[in-house]
Design a protein around this ligand. Structure first.
Ligand code: FPP
Length: 235
């Protein structure tokens, strides 16, 4: 399967909510953390499928500002997994891929923060594929931060601030608005993900659990997207 085999043009920017890891594990009598481990493997391989299918920008929701509320053991396991996968993410950054992180890095260990910044720096001139990993990310938190930054930068000229200036203060300022959100796991909500950027996004919900998501499912989502009639408030 390649971009040529899709029924239409792929979206420019896709946001992915990787839901269903816990249920995938439970169905198999495994601890929830086993679902996250499988989910992380799927994350790694699906990046190559996005590349092959011709999508230029992808944002993955890996850990939200609300996920700290989970049991301590699960949060610790997710942190260990992220720590481990930072090396794989760094390898992604070597294939003309720009990788960066959306979210407040200060909650992570010094070592993780240093490695994240290193990944962003080594890949900042790459422009083949853009991968954004949302970590300790919340859409509302992002908007509040942007508002504060705007207020301090433009204190005497707030009247000149429009949507474009506001968008430049968001973590995702390197990327266009989101065209398509894919959420696995059967729930139909955004859960504080890219709430500004997805104002006109098409929303694709599938019952497939994230650890079972694959290239065929991705192609189905992209084909569904290409059938949508996008009007952006026009007719
Ligand atoms: C939601 O499933 C998933 C998460 C909160 C974590 C997502 C993380 C990964 C896929 C792995 C780590 C990613 C990287 C980038 C290495 P859930 O636990 O809420 O599932 P449930 O609804 O079935 O309980």
């Amino acid at each position: 399967m390649s971009a040529k085999e899709l029924t239409g043009e792929p979206p420019l920017h896709v946001g992915v909510i990787m839901d269903g890891n816990g249920r995938w594990a439970k169905k198999r009598g495994l601890p929830r953390t086993a679902g996250h481990s499988k989910g992380a493997k799927v994350f790694k391989s699906i990046v190559e499928d996005f590349r092959a299918l011709g999508v230029k920008y992808v944002t993955f929701y890996a850990f939200s500002t609300e996920n700290w509320k989970r049991p301590k053991e699960e949060v610790n396991a997710l942190m260990e997994l992220l720590d481990k996968y930072l090396d794989d993410i760094r390898s992604m950054a070597q294939k003309n891929t720009r990788v960066f992180f959306a979210g407040d890095k200060s909650a992570f260990s010094e070592d993780m923060q240093r490695r994240m910044t290193d990944i962003e720096q080594v890949s900042e001139n790459n422009d083949g594929l853009y991968i954004c990993v949302a970590l300790n990310y919340g859409g509302r938190d992002e908007i509040v931060r942007a508002a504060k930054s705007i207020a301090s930068k433009y204190s005497s000229a707030l009247d000149t601030v429009g949507e474009e200036e506001f968008g430049r203060e968001l973590y995702t300022c390197f990327m266009p608005d989101v065209d398509l959100i894919i959420r696995t796991g059967g729930e139909q909500r955004l859960s504080n993900f890219l709430i500004w950027q997805s104002a006109y996004a098409e929303l694709y919900f599938t019952d497939v659990l994230w650890p079972d998501f694959n290239r065929k499912e991705l192609a189905a989502a992209l084909d569904w997207y290409s059938q949508r009639n996008r009007r952006f408030g026009g007719v």
